[in-house]
Design a protein around this ligand. Structure first.
Ligand code: HEC
Length: 200
């Protein structure tokens, strides 16, 4: 007996659908979670801020592309080891938190002797760290030789709501900070390393 085409096709479609449906069930179902973003909530403890701050320093803050922690010798950028202890005596009248905030929001206000004023303000592109992220970075910096004291409620000269001075216009002839001028020292640094000229 001849089975009409329409039934054969129907059976094939049904069979295929059931087969793929079955195979689909066997594939382990993986729930896709949004990447666990260390949540910056008002409830965050100082210890959590330290952790988040460290992640930012290694990640989007790009800090460790320039800075080292615990290196000595001929360095192109200041080593951050011990900064938690050093920060309170860097600038007369500035507490450690105030000095660290200044180093991040207005790095050229005090330039570490022996280094070029080559650090960009990290609340601006390409870093664009938020005020809370910067507080976390400060907490993390405090642990380098000191004890973290900041909370998300800590305020400093650059905190939102405090009358922060308008960012200074770059002095005539000063290098305008652009992603290029920021990355350039990195590139030449890398080149110098390849030449073996910089001991690190
Ligand atoms: C493009 C390279 C570069 C990047 C990126 C960078 N810095 Fe810097 N940083 C410098 C340079 C150069 C200095 C020294 C000049 C100065 O004091 O402004 C400095 C100085 C500092 C100081 C002062 C150190 C001291 O001994 O007083 C701190 C603190 C600091 N940086 C933290 C950070 C943190 C945290 C980040 C990331 C959020 C960061 N920097 C990103 C280049 C960089």
């Amino acid at each position: 007996m001849r089975i009409p085409h329409i039934f054969r096709i129907g059976a094939l479609v049904l069979g295929t659908t059931v087969f793929y449906g079955y195979v689909g069930q066997m594939v382990p179902q993986k729930e896709v979670q949004p990447p666990e973003d260390a949540a910056l909530g008002p409830e965050m403890t100082t210890a959590e801020m330290v952790k988040v701050g460290r992640q930012i320093m290694e990640g989007k803050g790009l800090c460790l592309t320039c800075h080292t922690i615990g290196k000595t010798g001929a360095l192109r950028f200041p080593d951050l080891g011990g900064i938690g202890a050093r920060a309170s005596s860097r600038v007369e009248g500035l507490s450690d938190v105030e000095y660290l905030a200044q180093s991040l929001y207005e790095p050229t206000a005090f330039v570490v002797p022996g280094f070029p004023p080559a650090m960009p303000p990290v609340n601006q592109p390409p870093f664009s760290l938020t005020d809370q992220e910067i507080l976390s970075v400060i907490a993390s910096l405090q642990t380098l030789g000191g004890t973290p004291t900041v909370t998300l409620q800590t305020t400093h000269k650059y905190s939102p709501g405090t009358a922060a001075p308008a960012p200074e216009a770059p002095a005539k002839g000063a290098t305008q900070l652009t992603p290029d001028t920021i990355l350039q020292p990195l590139v030449s640094h890398q080149a110098a390393r390849l030449d073996g000229a910089v001991a690190r």
